[in-house]
Design a protein around this ligand. Structure first.
Ligand SMILES: Nc1nc2c(c(=O)[nH]1)N[C@H]1C(S)=C(S)[C@@H](COP(=O)(O)OP(=O)(O)OC[C@H]3O[C@@H](n4cnc5c(N)ncnc54)[C@H](O)[C@@H]3O)O[C@H]1N2
Ligand code: MOO
Length: 590
Protein backbone atom coordinates (compact mmCIF):
# COMPACT_ATOMS: atom_id res chain seq x y z
CA UNK A 1 0.00 0.00 0.00
CA UNK A 2 1.18 3.51 -0.78
CA UNK A 3 2.61 5.30 2.26
CA UNK A 4 2.01 9.05 2.20
CA UNK A 5 4.76 11.36 3.45
CA UNK A 6 4.38 12.58 7.03
CA UNK A 7 5.33 15.88 8.61
CA UNK A 8 5.06 16.18 12.35
CA UNK A 9 4.64 19.58 14.04
CA UNK A 10 6.36 19.84 17.41
CA UNK A 11 6.46 22.78 19.80
CA UNK A 12 6.19 23.75 23.44
CA UNK A 13 2.57 24.14 24.48
CA UNK A 14 1.17 27.57 23.80
CA UNK A 15 3.08 28.02 20.53
CA UNK A 16 -0.05 27.54 18.41
CA UNK A 17 0.36 24.12 16.74
CA UNK A 18 -3.34 23.44 16.29
CA UNK A 19 -4.06 26.97 15.08
CA UNK A 20 -1.33 26.62 12.46
CA UNK A 21 -2.56 23.18 11.38
CA UNK A 22 -6.06 24.65 11.09
CA UNK A 23 -4.62 27.21 8.64
CA UNK A 24 -2.41 24.75 6.74
CA UNK A 25 -5.01 22.10 6.05
CA UNK A 26 -7.31 24.32 3.93
CA UNK A 27 -4.32 25.68 1.98
CA UNK A 28 -3.15 22.16 1.13
CA UNK A 29 -6.71 21.03 0.38
CA UNK A 30 -7.14 24.00 -1.99
CA UNK A 31 -4.09 22.75 -3.88
CA UNK A 32 -5.80 19.40 -4.40
CA UNK A 33 -4.06 17.29 -1.73
CA UNK A 34 -5.82 14.72 0.43
CA UNK A 35 -4.58 15.57 3.89
CA UNK A 36 -4.57 13.39 7.01
CA UNK A 37 -4.11 14.72 10.54
CA UNK A 38 -3.04 12.81 13.64
CA UNK A 39 -3.06 14.49 17.00
CA UNK A 40 -1.23 13.15 20.01
CA UNK A 41 -3.16 13.75 23.21
CA UNK A 42 -1.33 13.47 26.51
CA UNK A 43 -4.64 13.44 28.44
CA UNK A 44 -7.85 11.37 28.24
CA UNK A 45 -10.04 12.59 25.43
CA UNK A 46 -13.75 11.94 24.86
CA UNK A 47 -15.17 11.77 21.39
CA UNK A 48 -18.11 9.37 21.75
CA UNK A 49 -20.99 11.19 23.36
CA UNK A 50 -23.34 9.59 25.95
CA UNK A 51 -26.83 9.02 24.60
CA UNK A 52 -25.69 8.20 21.09
CA UNK A 53 -26.12 4.63 19.79
CA UNK A 54 -22.40 4.34 19.12
CA UNK A 55 -21.66 5.26 22.75
CA UNK A 56 -24.08 2.56 23.93
CA UNK A 57 -22.07 -0.01 21.95
CA UNK A 58 -18.80 1.23 23.42
CA UNK A 59 -20.22 1.18 26.97
CA UNK A 60 -21.44 -2.35 26.33
CA UNK A 61 -17.75 -3.27 26.07
CA UNK A 62 -16.90 -3.35 22.34
CA UNK A 63 -13.10 -3.36 22.03
CA UNK A 64 -13.44 -1.60 18.68
CA UNK A 65 -16.47 0.42 17.67
CA UNK A 66 -16.63 1.76 14.15
CA UNK A 67 -19.43 4.02 13.06
CA UNK A 68 -19.88 4.80 9.42
CA UNK A 69 -22.19 6.95 7.27
CA UNK A 70 -22.23 7.90 3.59
CA UNK A 71 -19.78 10.75 4.36
CA UNK A 72 -17.42 9.60 7.09
CA UNK A 73 -16.45 6.97 9.59
CA UNK A 74 -15.07 7.05 13.14
CA UNK A 75 -13.31 4.30 15.00
CA UNK A 76 -13.21 4.14 18.78
CA UNK A 77 -10.76 1.46 19.79
CA UNK A 78 -9.80 0.75 23.37
CA UNK A 79 -6.19 -0.10 24.11
CA UNK A 80 -4.02 -0.93 27.09
CA UNK A 81 -0.86 0.24 25.41
CA UNK A 82 -0.63 3.17 23.01
CA UNK A 83 -0.10 2.10 19.37
CA UNK A 84 3.19 2.99 17.71
CA UNK A 85 3.37 5.93 15.34
CA UNK A 86 3.68 3.47 12.43
CA UNK A 87 0.43 1.76 13.46
CA UNK A 88 -1.34 5.11 13.70
CA UNK A 89 -0.04 6.11 10.28
CA UNK A 90 -1.24 2.81 8.82
CA UNK A 91 -4.74 3.35 10.27
CA UNK A 92 -4.96 6.97 9.13
CA UNK A 93 -3.05 6.88 5.89
CA UNK A 94 -5.43 5.28 3.42
CA UNK A 95 -5.64 7.21 0.14
CA UNK A 96 -3.87 10.30 1.42
CA UNK A 97 -1.20 12.48 -0.16
CA UNK A 98 0.22 13.76 3.11
CA UNK A 99 -0.28 13.31 6.84
CA UNK A 100 0.32 16.14 9.30
CA UNK A 101 0.79 15.08 12.88
CA UNK A 102 0.84 17.11 16.05
CA UNK A 103 3.17 16.08 18.83
CA UNK A 104 5.25 12.86 18.70
CA UNK A 105 8.35 14.78 19.79
CA UNK A 106 10.24 11.58 20.60
CA UNK A 107 9.49 9.83 17.30
CA UNK A 108 11.80 9.70 14.28
CA UNK A 109 9.11 11.32 12.12
CA UNK A 110 10.27 14.19 9.90
CA UNK A 111 9.50 17.34 11.87
CA UNK A 112 8.85 21.03 11.63
CA UNK A 113 9.43 22.72 14.97
CA UNK A 114 7.39 25.82 15.81
CA UNK A 115 9.11 28.48 17.86
CA UNK A 116 7.58 31.59 19.40
CA UNK A 117 10.12 34.01 20.90
CA UNK A 118 7.70 35.38 23.53
CA UNK A 119 7.58 31.97 25.27
CA UNK A 120 11.31 32.28 25.96
CA UNK A 121 11.86 28.52 25.54
CA UNK A 122 14.77 26.66 23.92
CA UNK A 123 14.22 24.69 20.71
CA UNK A 124 13.21 21.04 21.27
CA UNK A 125 15.07 19.60 18.27
CA UNK A 126 18.18 21.79 18.37
CA UNK A 127 20.47 23.00 21.13
CA UNK A 128 20.65 20.42 23.91
CA UNK A 129 19.13 17.85 21.54
CA UNK A 130 19.97 17.32 17.90
CA UNK A 131 17.04 15.65 16.18
CA UNK A 132 18.30 14.48 12.76
CA UNK A 133 14.70 14.29 11.52
CA UNK A 134 14.20 18.05 11.84
CA UNK A 135 13.23 19.43 8.41
CA UNK A 136 12.74 23.10 9.28
CA UNK A 137 11.94 25.55 12.07
CA UNK A 138 9.06 28.03 11.78
CA UNK A 139 9.75 30.99 14.04
CA UNK A 140 8.65 34.58 14.54
CA UNK A 141 12.27 35.74 14.97
CA UNK A 142 15.45 35.21 12.90
CA UNK A 143 17.49 32.16 14.03
CA UNK A 144 20.79 30.73 12.82
CA UNK A 145 20.16 27.08 12.00
CA UNK A 146 21.39 24.16 9.91
CA UNK A 147 17.87 23.66 8.52
CA UNK A 148 15.58 26.06 6.63
CA UNK A 149 13.91 28.80 8.68
CA UNK A 150 10.23 29.47 7.91
CA UNK A 151 8.02 32.33 9.02
CA UNK A 152 5.72 31.14 11.81
CA UNK A 153 3.16 33.75 10.81
CA UNK A 154 3.15 32.78 7.14
CA UNK A 155 1.10 29.58 6.72
CA UNK A 156 1.30 29.87 2.90
CA UNK A 157 5.11 29.66 3.09
CA UNK A 158 4.95 26.69 5.46
CA UNK A 159 2.38 24.96 3.21
CA UNK A 160 4.66 25.48 0.18
CA UNK A 161 7.54 23.88 2.11
CA UNK A 162 5.36 20.88 3.01
CA UNK A 163 4.15 20.59 -0.56
CA UNK A 164 7.72 20.48 -1.88
CA UNK A 165 8.68 17.91 0.75
CA UNK A 166 5.62 15.78 -0.08
CA UNK A 167 6.38 15.87 -3.79
CA UNK A 168 9.97 14.81 -3.26
CA UNK A 169 8.99 12.05 -0.88
CA UNK A 170 6.44 10.41 -3.11
CA UNK A 171 9.70 9.03 -4.53
CA UNK A 172 10.02 6.82 -1.47
CA UNK A 173 7.30 4.68 -2.97
CA UNK A 174 8.95 4.72 -6.39
CA UNK A 175 12.21 3.67 -4.75
CA UNK A 176 10.51 0.72 -3.10
CA UNK A 177 8.91 -0.32 -6.40
CA UNK A 178 12.24 -0.07 -8.17
CA UNK A 179 13.85 -2.31 -5.60
CA UNK A 180 11.14 -4.84 -6.31
CA UNK A 181 12.26 -4.65 -9.93
CA UNK A 182 9.07 -2.99 -11.11
CA UNK A 183 10.59 0.28 -12.31
CA UNK A 184 12.76 0.33 -15.42
CA UNK A 185 16.38 1.36 -14.94
CA UNK A 186 17.29 4.83 -16.19
CA UNK A 187 19.18 4.75 -19.49
CA UNK A 188 22.85 5.73 -19.51
CA UNK A 189 22.08 8.71 -21.77
CA UNK A 190 19.26 9.98 -19.60
CA UNK A 191 21.32 9.56 -16.42
CA UNK A 192 24.24 11.40 -18.02
CA UNK A 193 22.17 14.36 -19.13
CA UNK A 194 20.54 14.56 -15.69
CA UNK A 195 23.97 14.60 -14.05
CA UNK A 196 25.21 17.40 -16.31
CA UNK A 197 21.99 19.37 -15.94
CA UNK A 198 22.30 19.39 -12.15
CA UNK A 199 26.04 19.97 -12.00
CA UNK A 200 27.49 22.68 -9.80
CA UNK A 201 29.54 25.58 -11.12
CA UNK A 202 32.84 26.42 -9.42
CA UNK A 203 33.52 29.95 -8.18
CA UNK A 204 36.38 32.10 -9.45
CA UNK A 205 39.49 33.18 -7.56
CA UNK A 206 42.56 35.18 -8.53
CA UNK A 207 45.88 33.38 -8.17
CA UNK A 208 49.50 34.43 -8.63
CA UNK A 209 50.51 33.29 -12.10
CA UNK A 210 52.70 30.41 -11.05
CA UNK A 211 50.06 29.00 -8.70
CA UNK A 212 47.65 29.00 -11.62
CA UNK A 213 49.65 26.31 -13.43
CA UNK A 214 47.34 23.37 -14.18
CA UNK A 215 44.22 25.37 -13.26
CA UNK A 216 41.42 26.41 -15.58
CA UNK A 217 41.37 30.04 -16.75
CA UNK A 218 38.04 31.69 -15.87
CA UNK A 219 38.10 34.73 -18.20
CA UNK A 220 39.51 35.42 -21.65
CA UNK A 221 42.82 37.28 -21.40
CA UNK A 222 43.18 40.13 -23.90
CA UNK A 223 46.50 41.76 -24.78
CA UNK A 224 46.51 45.34 -23.45
CA UNK A 225 49.46 46.32 -25.64
CA UNK A 226 51.43 45.01 -28.59
CA UNK A 227 53.99 42.30 -27.82
CA UNK A 228 56.71 43.13 -28.61
CA UNK A 229 55.71 46.69 -27.88
CA UNK A 230 57.96 48.15 -30.62
CA UNK A 231 60.19 47.05 -33.51
CA UNK A 232 63.49 45.82 -32.11
CA UNK A 233 66.80 44.43 -33.27
CA UNK A 234 67.16 40.64 -33.46
CA UNK A 235 70.95 40.82 -33.67
CA UNK A 236 73.97 42.59 -32.24
CA UNK A 237 75.01 44.61 -35.31
CA UNK A 238 74.70 47.92 -37.14
CA UNK A 239 71.41 49.54 -38.06
CA UNK A 240 70.89 52.00 -40.90
CA UNK A 241 68.53 53.08 -43.64
CA UNK A 242 68.70 50.63 -46.56
CA UNK A 243 68.24 53.44 -49.14
CA UNK A 244 71.58 54.95 -47.98
CA UNK A 245 73.52 51.86 -49.05
CA UNK A 246 75.36 52.43 -52.35
CA UNK A 247 75.57 56.20 -51.76
CA UNK A 248 79.06 55.78 -50.33
CA UNK A 249 80.30 53.81 -47.30
CA UNK A 250 78.17 54.23 -44.13
CA UNK A 251 79.88 55.87 -41.18
CA UNK A 252 79.61 54.12 -37.78
CA UNK A 253 78.05 56.60 -35.31
CA UNK A 254 76.40 56.09 -31.94
CA UNK A 255 75.49 53.11 -29.75
CA UNK A 256 72.10 51.71 -28.69
CA UNK A 257 71.92 48.95 -26.05
CA UNK A 258 68.77 46.99 -25.13
CA UNK A 259 66.58 48.76 -22.60
CA UNK A 260 67.00 52.23 -24.07
CA UNK A 261 64.39 53.69 -26.33
CA UNK A 262 66.12 55.22 -29.37
CA UNK A 263 65.14 58.88 -29.39
CA UNK A 264 67.70 60.03 -31.88
CA UNK A 265 67.27 59.62 -35.59
CA UNK A 266 69.96 57.71 -37.44
CA UNK A 267 71.36 60.42 -39.70
CA UNK A 268 71.55 59.78 -43.47
CA UNK A 269 74.82 58.07 -44.43
CA UNK A 270 75.42 56.74 -40.88
CA UNK A 271 74.89 53.39 -39.13
CA UNK A 272 74.30 52.95 -35.39
CA UNK A 273 75.83 50.13 -33.35
CA UNK A 274 72.75 48.39 -31.97
CA UNK A 275 72.37 45.45 -29.55
CA UNK A 276 69.88 42.56 -29.63
CA UNK A 277 66.62 43.69 -28.02
CA UNK A 278 67.24 47.42 -28.51
CA UNK A 279 64.32 49.37 -30.04
CA UNK A 280 64.87 50.33 -33.68
CA UNK A 281 65.48 54.11 -33.79
CA UNK A 282 63.92 56.42 -36.41
CA UNK A 283 65.89 56.47 -39.67
CA UNK A 284 66.80 52.78 -39.42
CA UNK A 285 65.07 49.97 -41.35
CA UNK A 286 67.76 47.27 -41.56
CA UNK A 287 70.21 45.58 -39.18
CA UNK A 288 73.30 43.65 -40.31
CA UNK A 289 74.97 41.41 -37.70
CA UNK A 290 78.49 42.21 -36.53
CA UNK A 291 79.96 39.06 -38.07
CA UNK A 292 78.67 40.04 -41.54
CA UNK A 293 80.59 43.33 -41.73
CA UNK A 294 83.85 45.05 -40.89
CA UNK A 295 84.44 48.58 -39.59
CA UNK A 296 87.59 50.14 -41.03
CA UNK A 297 88.50 53.73 -40.18
CA UNK A 298 84.96 54.20 -38.90
CA UNK A 299 83.39 53.07 -42.20
CA UNK A 300 81.26 49.92 -42.73
CA UNK A 301 82.27 47.26 -45.23
CA UNK A 302 79.69 44.51 -45.80
CA UNK A 303 80.89 40.91 -46.14
CA UNK A 304 77.56 39.29 -47.02
CA UNK A 305 74.53 40.49 -48.98
CA UNK A 306 71.38 41.59 -47.09
CA UNK A 307 67.90 42.90 -47.75
CA UNK A 308 65.81 45.75 -46.45
CA UNK A 309 64.15 44.91 -43.13
CA UNK A 310 66.63 42.17 -42.19
CA UNK A 311 66.96 41.32 -38.48
CA UNK A 312 64.16 43.53 -37.28
CA UNK A 313 61.41 41.93 -35.14
CA UNK A 314 58.14 43.75 -35.60
CA UNK A 315 55.91 45.29 -32.92
CA UNK A 316 52.88 43.01 -32.25
CA UNK A 317 54.35 40.01 -34.10
CA UNK A 318 53.56 37.88 -31.00
CA UNK A 319 50.29 39.53 -29.91
CA UNK A 320 48.56 42.67 -31.08
CA UNK A 321 46.81 45.01 -28.68
CA UNK A 322 43.18 43.83 -28.28
CA UNK A 323 43.96 40.29 -29.41
CA UNK A 324 42.70 37.37 -27.29
CA UNK A 325 45.80 35.69 -25.95
CA UNK A 326 44.33 32.85 -23.83
CA UNK A 327 40.72 31.69 -23.89
CA UNK A 328 38.60 31.02 -20.79
CA UNK A 329 38.44 27.27 -20.14
CA UNK A 330 42.08 26.68 -21.06
CA UNK A 331 44.06 24.52 -18.66
CA UNK A 332 47.11 26.67 -18.03
CA UNK A 333 50.39 25.07 -19.08
CA UNK A 334 53.86 26.56 -18.89
CA UNK A 335 53.29 28.01 -22.37
CA UNK A 336 50.27 30.05 -21.24
CA UNK A 337 51.99 31.08 -18.00
CA UNK A 338 54.81 32.50 -20.15
CA UNK A 339 52.49 34.41 -22.47
CA UNK A 340 50.45 35.81 -19.57
CA UNK A 341 53.66 36.94 -17.87
CA UNK A 342 54.77 38.68 -21.07
CA UNK A 343 51.40 40.45 -20.99
CA UNK A 344 52.57 42.06 -17.73
CA UNK A 345 50.10 40.09 -15.56
CA UNK A 346 51.02 38.93 -12.07
CA UNK A 347 47.70 37.23 -11.22
CA UNK A 348 44.96 35.55 -13.26
CA UNK A 349 41.35 34.56 -12.57
CA UNK A 350 40.94 30.78 -12.40
CA UNK A 351 38.12 28.48 -11.27
CA UNK A 352 38.32 27.58 -7.58
CA UNK A 353 38.31 23.79 -7.13
CA UNK A 354 34.88 22.30 -6.40
CA UNK A 355 34.80 20.71 -2.94
CA UNK A 356 33.64 17.10 -3.03
CA UNK A 357 32.66 15.26 0.17
CA UNK A 358 33.36 11.53 0.07
CA UNK A 359 31.54 9.26 2.52
CA UNK A 360 31.99 5.49 2.67
CA UNK A 361 29.22 3.44 4.28
CA UNK A 362 29.33 -0.07 5.72
CA UNK A 363 29.84 -1.78 9.09
CA UNK A 364 32.43 -4.02 7.45
CA UNK A 365 34.83 -1.23 6.56
CA UNK A 366 38.21 -0.39 8.09
CA UNK A 367 40.41 2.50 7.00
CA UNK A 368 43.65 1.56 5.19
CA UNK A 369 46.45 1.00 7.70
CA UNK A 370 44.14 -0.43 10.42
CA UNK A 371 44.73 -3.68 12.24
CA UNK A 372 42.93 -6.30 10.14
CA UNK A 373 39.95 -8.18 11.58
CA UNK A 374 38.13 -11.25 10.24
CA UNK A 375 35.25 -10.40 7.94
CA UNK A 376 36.29 -6.78 7.65
CA UNK A 377 37.04 -5.07 4.34
CA UNK A 378 39.50 -2.24 3.77
CA UNK A 379 37.88 1.00 2.62
CA UNK A 380 39.59 1.44 -0.72
CA UNK A 381 36.74 3.42 -2.27
CA UNK A 382 37.34 6.65 -0.37
CA UNK A 383 40.92 6.97 -1.59
CA UNK A 384 39.94 5.77 -5.06
CA UNK A 385 37.31 8.47 -5.39
CA UNK A 386 39.51 11.11 -3.75
CA UNK A 387 42.23 10.40 -6.30
CA UNK A 388 39.72 10.58 -9.13
CA UNK A 389 38.31 13.85 -7.74
CA UNK A 390 41.78 15.36 -7.52
CA UNK A 391 42.65 14.16 -10.99
CA UNK A 392 39.54 16.01 -12.21
CA UNK A 393 40.88 19.25 -10.68
CA UNK A 394 38.53 19.28 -7.67
CA UNK A 395 39.23 19.04 -3.94
CA UNK A 396 38.27 15.84 -2.10
CA UNK A 397 37.05 16.03 1.52
CA UNK A 398 37.31 12.62 3.16
CA UNK A 399 34.31 12.25 5.49
CA UNK A 400 35.24 8.80 6.84
CA UNK A 401 33.04 5.76 7.24
CA UNK A 402 29.39 5.75 8.34
CA UNK A 403 28.11 2.62 10.08
CA UNK A 404 25.00 0.96 8.70
CA UNK A 405 22.36 2.71 10.79
CA UNK A 406 19.69 5.03 9.44
CA UNK A 407 20.31 7.82 11.98
CA UNK A 408 24.10 7.68 11.52
CA UNK A 409 23.74 7.64 7.74
CA UNK A 410 21.46 10.69 7.92
CA UNK A 411 23.76 12.55 10.27
CA UNK A 412 26.90 11.87 8.24
CA UNK A 413 25.15 12.74 5.01
CA UNK A 414 24.05 16.02 6.52
CA UNK A 415 27.64 16.75 7.61
CA UNK A 416 28.72 16.30 3.97
CA UNK A 417 26.64 19.31 2.96
CA UNK A 418 29.50 21.65 3.81
CA UNK A 419 30.92 20.59 0.41
CA UNK A 420 29.67 21.56 -3.06
CA UNK A 421 28.60 18.00 -3.84
CA UNK A 422 28.61 14.62 -2.18
CA UNK A 423 29.76 11.14 -3.18
CA UNK A 424 28.55 8.26 -1.02
CA UNK A 425 29.67 4.70 -1.67
CA UNK A 426 27.96 1.54 -0.57
CA UNK A 427 24.47 1.06 0.76
CA UNK A 428 23.11 1.90 -2.69
CA UNK A 429 21.49 -1.40 -3.53
CA UNK A 430 18.60 -3.44 -2.17
CA UNK A 431 20.19 -4.88 0.99
CA UNK A 432 18.82 -4.72 4.53
CA UNK A 433 21.46 -2.12 5.37
CA UNK A 434 21.12 0.05 2.28
CA UNK A 435 20.20 3.32 3.96
CA UNK A 436 21.74 5.96 1.72
CA UNK A 437 18.80 6.80 -0.55
CA UNK A 438 16.19 6.60 2.24
CA UNK A 439 18.41 8.89 4.35
CA UNK A 440 18.54 11.42 1.55
CA UNK A 441 14.75 11.42 1.28
CA UNK A 442 14.23 11.58 5.03
CA UNK A 443 16.48 14.64 5.19
CA UNK A 444 14.13 16.36 2.76
CA UNK A 445 16.15 15.63 -0.38
CA UNK A 446 14.89 14.13 -3.60
CA UNK A 447 16.13 11.44 -5.99
CA UNK A 448 16.60 12.43 -9.64
CA UNK A 449 17.15 8.84 -10.72
CA UNK A 450 17.82 5.59 -8.96
CA UNK A 451 19.32 2.66 -10.78
CA UNK A 452 20.98 2.91 -14.18
CA UNK A 453 21.03 0.47 -17.06
CA UNK A 454 24.77 -0.12 -16.91
CA UNK A 455 27.26 -2.71 -15.77
CA UNK A 456 28.99 -2.31 -13.40
CA UNK A 457 27.06 0.17 -11.28
CA UNK A 458 23.39 -0.70 -11.68
CA UNK A 459 22.45 0.70 -8.21
CA UNK A 460 23.93 4.13 -9.08
CA UNK A 461 21.55 6.95 -8.13
CA UNK A 462 21.64 10.72 -7.94
CA UNK A 463 19.67 13.02 -5.73
CA UNK A 464 19.55 16.60 -4.56
CA UNK A 465 19.83 17.60 -0.93
CA UNK A 466 19.51 21.28 -0.08
CA UNK A 467 20.11 21.89 -3.77
CA UNK A 468 23.43 20.01 -3.76
CA UNK A 469 24.03 16.96 -5.94
CA UNK A 470 24.43 13.74 -3.98
CA UNK A 471 25.72 10.70 -5.85
CA UNK A 472 24.91 7.31 -4.40
CA UNK A 473 27.63 5.09 -5.84
CA UNK A 474 27.72 1.32 -5.47
CA UNK A 475 30.01 -0.16 -2.84
CA UNK A 476 31.78 -2.53 -5.20
CA UNK A 477 35.09 -0.79 -5.89
CA UNK A 478 35.13 -1.25 -9.67
CA UNK A 479 31.52 -0.13 -9.97
CA UNK A 480 32.24 3.01 -7.91
CA UNK A 481 35.32 3.93 -9.98
CA UNK A 482 33.67 3.25 -13.35
CA UNK A 483 30.57 5.26 -12.45
CA UNK A 484 32.80 8.14 -11.34
CA UNK A 485 34.67 8.01 -14.65
CA UNK A 486 31.56 7.93 -16.80
CA UNK A 487 29.29 10.35 -14.93
CA UNK A 488 30.89 12.30 -12.09
CA UNK A 489 34.15 13.24 -13.79
CA UNK A 490 32.51 14.99 -16.77
CA UNK A 491 30.28 16.91 -14.36
CA UNK A 492 33.27 18.03 -12.28
CA UNK A 493 35.20 19.08 -15.39
CA UNK A 494 32.24 21.06 -16.72
CA UNK A 495 31.65 22.69 -13.33
CA UNK A 496 35.36 23.47 -13.13
CA UNK A 497 35.14 25.44 -16.38
CA UNK A 498 36.69 22.93 -18.78
CA UNK A 499 35.52 22.97 -22.36
CA UNK A 500 36.35 19.32 -23.03
CA UNK A 501 34.77 17.00 -20.49
CA UNK A 502 35.13 13.64 -22.22
CA UNK A 503 37.95 11.15 -22.34
CA UNK A 504 39.21 10.46 -25.84
CA UNK A 505 37.83 7.24 -27.33
CA UNK A 506 39.08 5.00 -30.13
CA UNK A 507 37.77 2.11 -32.19
CA UNK A 508 39.93 -0.92 -31.44
CA UNK A 509 40.02 -4.46 -32.76
CA UNK A 510 39.65 -7.26 -30.22
CA UNK A 511 42.53 -9.73 -30.02
CA UNK A 512 40.38 -12.29 -28.18
CA UNK A 513 36.73 -13.36 -28.05
CA UNK A 514 34.45 -11.40 -25.69
CA UNK A 515 30.85 -11.70 -24.60
CA UNK A 516 28.22 -9.70 -22.73
CA UNK A 517 25.43 -12.09 -21.85
CA UNK A 518 23.52 -9.50 -19.82
CA UNK A 519 20.92 -6.94 -20.83
CA UNK A 520 23.00 -3.93 -19.69
CA UNK A 521 25.86 -2.26 -21.62
CA UNK A 522 29.04 -3.51 -19.94
CA UNK A 523 32.18 -1.39 -19.53
CA UNK A 524 35.16 -3.70 -19.11
CA UNK A 525 38.79 -3.02 -18.22
CA UNK A 526 40.80 -3.01 -21.46
CA UNK A 527 44.45 -3.03 -22.51
CA UNK A 528 45.08 -0.93 -25.61
CA UNK A 529 47.99 -1.41 -28.01
CA UNK A 530 48.74 0.45 -31.19
CA UNK A 531 49.71 -1.62 -34.21
CA UNK A 532 50.50 -0.73 -37.83
CA UNK A 533 46.81 -1.46 -38.59
CA UNK A 534 45.46 0.79 -35.80
CA UNK A 535 44.36 0.04 -32.25
CA UNK A 536 44.15 -3.44 -30.73
CA UNK A 537 42.46 -4.28 -27.46
CA UNK A 538 42.31 -7.16 -25.00
CA UNK A 539 40.31 -7.49 -21.78
CA UNK A 540 41.84 -7.50 -18.30
CA UNK A 541 40.57 -10.93 -17.23
CA UNK A 542 37.70 -11.41 -14.76
CA UNK A 543 35.41 -8.40 -14.63
CA UNK A 544 33.93 -9.04 -11.19
CA UNK A 545 33.08 -5.59 -9.85
CA UNK A 546 35.01 -6.36 -6.67
CA UNK A 547 38.25 -7.06 -8.59
CA UNK A 548 40.24 -3.83 -8.45
CA UNK A 549 43.05 -5.33 -10.60
CA UNK A 550 40.68 -5.37 -13.57
CA UNK A 551 41.14 -1.59 -13.61
CA UNK A 552 44.74 -1.40 -12.37
CA UNK A 553 45.76 -3.37 -15.45
CA UNK A 554 43.59 -1.29 -17.76
CA UNK A 555 44.55 1.58 -20.03
CA UNK A 556 40.96 1.97 -21.17
CA UNK A 557 37.33 0.90 -20.72
CA UNK A 558 35.84 -1.12 -23.58
CA UNK A 559 32.11 -1.08 -24.18
CA UNK A 560 30.43 -4.44 -24.82
CA UNK A 561 26.86 -4.06 -26.08
CA UNK A 562 24.07 -5.99 -24.31
CA UNK A 563 23.55 -9.64 -25.33
CA UNK A 564 26.48 -9.59 -27.77
CA UNK A 565 29.29 -11.95 -28.69
CA UNK A 566 32.51 -10.73 -30.23
CA UNK A 567 35.18 -12.62 -32.17
CA UNK A 568 38.85 -11.66 -32.50
CA UNK A 569 38.98 -8.93 -35.17
CA UNK A 570 35.63 -7.38 -34.18
CA UNK A 571 35.81 -3.65 -33.37
CA UNK A 572 34.68 -2.14 -30.05
CA UNK A 573 34.70 1.42 -28.68
CA UNK A 574 37.32 2.02 -26.00
CA UNK A 575 37.45 5.03 -23.69
CA UNK A 576 41.10 5.92 -23.22
CA UNK A 577 42.03 6.34 -19.54
CA UNK A 578 45.77 6.51 -20.09
CA UNK A 579 46.43 9.06 -22.85
CA UNK A 580 50.10 8.14 -23.13
CA UNK A 581 49.14 4.69 -24.40
CA UNK A 582 50.59 3.94 -27.83
CA UNK A 583 53.14 6.77 -27.47
CA UNK A 584 56.78 5.88 -27.10
CA UNK A 585 58.93 7.80 -24.66
CA UNK A 586 62.30 7.75 -26.46
CA UNK A 587 65.28 10.06 -26.59
CA UNK A 588 64.91 12.55 -29.47
CA UNK A 589 68.70 12.34 -30.03
CA UNK A 590 68.85 8.67 -31.08
N1 LIG B 1 19.49 -8.25 -4.23
C1 LIG B 1 20.34 -7.48 -4.88
N2 LIG B 1 21.60 -7.43 -4.45
C2 LIG B 1 22.49 -6.67 -5.10
C3 LIG B 1 22.09 -5.95 -6.23
C4 LIG B 1 20.75 -6.00 -6.65
O1 LIG B 1 20.35 -5.35 -7.64
N3 LIG B 1 19.90 -6.78 -5.94
N4 LIG B 1 23.05 -5.21 -6.89
C5 LIG B 1 24.40 -5.67 -6.79
C6 LIG B 1 25.27 -4.72 -7.37
S1 LIG B 1 25.20 -4.58 -9.07
C7 LIG B 1 26.14 -4.00 -6.66
S2 LIG B 1 27.25 -2.97 -7.42
C8 LIG B 1 26.20 -4.06 -5.21
C9 LIG B 1 26.20 -2.64 -4.67
O2 LIG B 1 25.71 -2.66 -3.43
P1 LIG B 1 25.82 -1.48 -2.40
O3 LIG B 1 26.06 -0.19 -3.06
O4 LIG B 1 24.65 -1.57 -1.54
O5 LIG B 1 27.18 -1.79 -1.66
P2 LIG B 1 27.47 -2.68 -0.40
O6 LIG B 1 26.51 -3.77 -0.32
O7 LIG B 1 27.62 -1.77 0.74
O8 LIG B 1 28.88 -3.25 -0.82
C10 LIG B 1 29.08 -4.07 -1.95
C11 LIG B 1 30.48 -4.67 -1.89
O9 LIG B 1 31.45 -3.65 -1.93
C12 LIG B 1 32.29 -3.67 -0.76
N5 LIG B 1 32.52 -2.29 -0.34
C13 LIG B 1 31.58 -1.44 0.08
N6 LIG B 1 32.15 -0.27 0.39
C14 LIG B 1 33.45 -0.38 0.15
C15 LIG B 1 34.55 0.49 0.31
N7 LIG B 1 34.39 1.76 0.77
N8 LIG B 1 35.79 0.07 -0.04
C16 LIG B 1 35.95 -1.21 -0.49
N9 LIG B 1 34.94 -2.09 -0.64
C17 LIG B 1 33.70 -1.70 -0.32
C18 LIG B 1 31.46 -4.40 0.26
O10 LIG B 1 32.24 -4.94 1.27
C19 LIG B 1 30.73 -5.41 -0.58
O11 LIG B 1 31.58 -6.50 -0.86
O12 LIG B 1 25.11 -4.76 -4.71
C20 LIG B 1 24.83 -5.99 -5.37
N10 LIG B 1 23.79 -6.64 -4.65
O1 MOO C 1 27.01 -3.91 -11.42
MO1 MOO C 1 27.40 -4.07 -9.75
O2 MOO C 1 27.84 -2.56 -10.01
O3 MOO C 1 27.69 -5.66 -10.24
O4 MOO C 1 28.95 -4.36 -9.27
Amino acid sequence: MKKPPVVSFVAHSGTGKTTLLEQLIPILKARGYRVGAIKHDAHRFEIDHPGKDSHRLTVAGADSMLICSGEKLALVRQHQQAPTVEELLAICGVDLDIILTEGFKQSSLPKIELHRAALGRELICRGTNHDPALLAVASDVPLVLDVPLLDLNNPAEIAAFIEEYAMQNSLVTELAKKQEGKQPLTSVKQAFSTVLEHGVQAGVCCLPLLDALGRVLAEDQIAQFDIPSCDYSAMDGYGFCHDDVGQGALRAEGFLPAGQAGQETVAPGTAIRIMTGAPIPPGCDTVVPLENLQVLDGLLQFIKPFSVGDNIRRAGEDLQQGQRAVTAGTVLRFQEITLLSAMNLSTVPVYAPLRVAILATGDELLEPGSERRPGMVINSNSNALAAQVREAGAEPLLMGIAEDQPEITRERLRACLSADLVLVTGGASAGDHDYVKPALLELGGSMLFDGVNIKPGKPFGMGLLQGKPVFSLPGNPVAAMVIFELFVRPMLLKGGGRQQVFRPSVQAVLTEPARNKGARPHFVGAVLNSSSDGWEVSITGSQSSGRISSLTLASGLALLAPESSYQPGDAVTVLVLDTTVGMQAVSPWD
